[in-house]
Design a binder for this molecule. Structure first.
Ligand code: NI
Length: 179
């Protein structure tokens, strides 16, 4: 169980931060360092608490995110790590979800996205996988993949609303003396 003891919670960056605007690089090999990052990110996400967390949110400009959208009352959780994820299909049907983000605490907005997606990715064991997502899982996967392109959920809004969210975040960072 040594690796569990080594897990640490990482600091989640708050918008605005240059790390959150970068296009992330592909992960070439899934090695122990990648697995440690995955485990740290899962722990950080569960502690926050949140349902998804992308690597740039902890300052790692890499194509990787973790998520677990199982309902709170579910008997078993389903921690997932998606490395180099790629959306290979989206439904024409859309879904509106009141989204939030651990990099913009306490801020929410209705965002429209395809209701279902199919994603190809590499898992924590380095194996190629393909999964079909719907409901909150589909929304979360698309929100997290946006992060890997340097895009936040507020970038789906009008310039005016985006500026309002950024102003609120600057104020919150100042009040809480946070970078
Ligand atoms: Ni987010």
């Amino acid at each position: 169980m040594a690796y569990i003891a080594a897990m640490t919670t990482r600091k989640i960056l708050w918008h605005p931060d240059p790390h959150l605007k970068k296009k992330c690089a592909e992960i070439e090999t899934v090695d122990d360092a990648t697995r440690l990052l995955v485990d740290d990110m899962l722990q950080t996400m569960y502690e926050a608490p949140g349902v998804g967390l992308a690597a740039p949110q902890v300052g790692q400009i890499k194509r990787l995110f973790v998520m677990d959208c199982t309902p709170k009352d579910a008997e078993e959780s389903e921690p997932m790590a998606l490395i180099n994820p790629r959306i290979v299909w989206t439904s024409e049907e859309t879904n509106v979800y009141n989204e939030g983000c651990l990099s913009l605490p306490e801020m929410y907005a209705d965002i429209t996205r395809p209701a279902e997606v199919r994603v190809e990715y590499i898992d924590r064991d380095g194996k190629e996988q393909e999964r079909h997502f719907d409901g909150l899982w589909a929304t979360c996967a698309q929100h997290e993949i946006d992060h890997l392109e340097g895009k936040l959920f507020i970038d789906h809004l009008s310039g005016l609303k985006r500026t309002m969210f950024t102003r609120k975040m600057l104020k919150m960072k100042k009040e809480r003396a946070r970078d």
